[in-house]
Design a protein around this ligand. Structure first.
Ligand code: ZN
Length: 169
């Protein structure tokens, strides 16, 4: 990821309906600016948020997709499984699953920053000697480091890319 891309945010601001919370976390893990609807959000509120923030709506809900109307781009996902959904997004939007790994908080979508030395002391002792990066979320304070969970997620996203190479943009 170069500086200009980081400054302008991810290339495709996205918005997942509440049923796609898991997919939203993976998109954030890949560095994509991804909003997530609260479970109790009405269709109207979801569409309003997409329109106001110029976000592409990702949904499995045909009814919601049919009511999007003008001004909201919708990707209606056909699959239930994460692997298939990842392939669908690569095909529909050219999502690059290795675009900016772990540059956003998985919980709240905030851009991470380098962890301070003080924050690094909160990393479990066994992880402190890892090569990094160690990053922190300015919104919720969560620390991210390249432990086994993060590495497993990165390996899966690399597989998704290998399976369906992203379209050139
Ligand atoms: Zn956070």
């Amino acid at each position: 990821m170069n500086e200009a891309m980081e400054a302008s945010g991810s290339p495709l601001p996205l918005f997942c309906d509440a049923m796609l919370a898991s997919l939203a976390r993976w998109l954030r893990a890949a560095g994509y600016d991804t909003g997530l609807a609260p479970v109790d959000a009405s269709d109207r509120a979801v569409l309003g948020a997409c329109r106001a923030q110029s976000r592409i709506l990702l949904t499995r809900d045909r009814h919601l997709a049919a009511h999007a109307g003008k001004g909201v781009v919708v990707v209606l996902l056909a699959s239930d499984g994460l692997d298939m959904q990842a392939a669908e997004l690569a095909a529909a939007l050219g999502v690059d699953w290795t675009w900016a790994p772990f540059s956003r908080c998985l919980l709240d979508n905030t851009l991470l920053r380098e962890a301070t030395p003080d924050e690094r002391t909160r990393v479990p002792p066994r992880a402190r000697d890892l090569p990094g990066p160690f990053r922190a979320c300015p919104a919720c304070g969560r620390i991210y480091w390249p432990g086994s969970h993060v590495r497993r997620m990165q390996a899966r996203m690399q597989q998704w890319n290998a399976h369906t190479p992203p379209k050139p943009r």
